[in-house]
Design a protein around this ligand. Structure first.
Ligand code: HBI
Ligand code: FE
Length: 287
């Protein structure tokens, strides 16, 4: 969740957008993008949802260098009516939801330092554009993201932002999807990370559980390490269908009385693809 005390930086507009400043990127910054892109695009085929790979072509993201958001938005607009706008970093929830509800994806315009290739806390242009933007070219996912933004605006009125942030976290950021008999990656936080692209699918440590809207809204998550559980959606159509056909207000009411679920827990009702060993998480805590 974005920190409530975020201060709108100098030069940012009312809606927190800034100019991308594409002409100011240095050759080193473009080279960092090319290194990250080559690494991830090289390892994801067969591991990521096929819709993601298709979108890399549609959006011509394999073009060298950090994408120019104006050019990228032209192609994205043709595909699904979305555009990419630059922001300085995390923006307040209500600003974030308003952009999504209007088919504007907010992306950081900065790129990580060469010594941060594997991980950084704030979403940079590689996390946002390589991780999030491709699936916005998929009409069903594009509808889901707009529905999420609209849902966020309602959740804000109901004091239920945290519930919805968990839905975002376990789908948009760290979701897996069934593709035939395989599990495939689609969450931006995973596909933009080399180490987590391997961990999320192959490591015996995390749980892999069938997605259930109510279950996910009750489940805590980690923001600074690999997830202890990943949730598997049946398809993007199913995820959109569940979101559009659920009246969230009574759902929030119903789960208000239920305790939160720990990130590594498995419940009797869970449909389990993999019961994790949690060896990674336990190893980290016994340091
Ligand atoms: N701001 N720039 C940016 N990117 C995000 O992904 C983001 C954000 N603010 C809030 C937010 N995500 C989440 O807390 C919402 O899902 C609630
Ligand atoms: Fe993200």
């Amino acid at each position: 969740m974005a920190d409530a005390t975020l201060i709108r930086p100098e030069g940012a507009a009312e809606d927190w957008t800034i100019a991308q400043g594409w002409a100011s990127y240095t050759p080193e910054e473009h080279a960092t993008w090319d290194t990250l892109f080559a690494r991830q695009a090289g390892m994801l085929s067969g591991r990521v949802a096929p819709e993601f790979i298709d979108a890399l072509d549609v959006l011509r993201l394999s073009k060298p260098g950090i994408p120019d958001f104006e050019e990228l938005s032209e192609r994205l607009m043709k595909a699904t009516g979305w555009q990419v706008v630059a922001v300085p970093g995390l923006v307040p929830d209500e600003v974030f939801f308003d952009h999504l509800a209007n088919r504007r994806f907010v992306s950081g315009n900065f790129i990580r330092q060469p010594d941060q290739l594997d991980y950084l806390q704030e979403p940079d242009v590689f996390h946002d554009v390589f991780g999030h933007v491709p699936l916005l070219a998929n009409p069903v996912f594009a509808d889901y993201m707009q529905a999420y933004g609209q849902g966020g605006q309602r959740a804000a009125q109901l004091g239920a932002i945290e519930r919805l942030a968990r839905l975002y976290w376990y789908t948009v950021e760290f979701g897996l999807v069934r593709t035939g008999d395989d599990l495939r990656l689609f969450g931006a936080g995973i596909v933009s990370s080399r180490t987590e692209s391997i961990f999320a699918l192959d490591d015996p440590s995390p749980n892999r559980l069938a997605f259930d809207l109510r279950r996910v809204m009750r489940t805590e998550f980690k923001i600074d390490d690999f997830q202890q559980s990943y949730f598997v959606i049946e398809s993007f159509e199913d995820l959109l269908d569940q979101t559009l056909n659920t009246d969230f207000a009574p759902l929030y009411e119903a789960i208000a009385g239920e305790v939160d679920i720990a990130a590594d827990a498995i419940l009797p009702l869970d449909r389990i693809y993999h019961h994790g060993t949690q060896a990674y998480a336990h190893g980290r805590t016994q340091r």
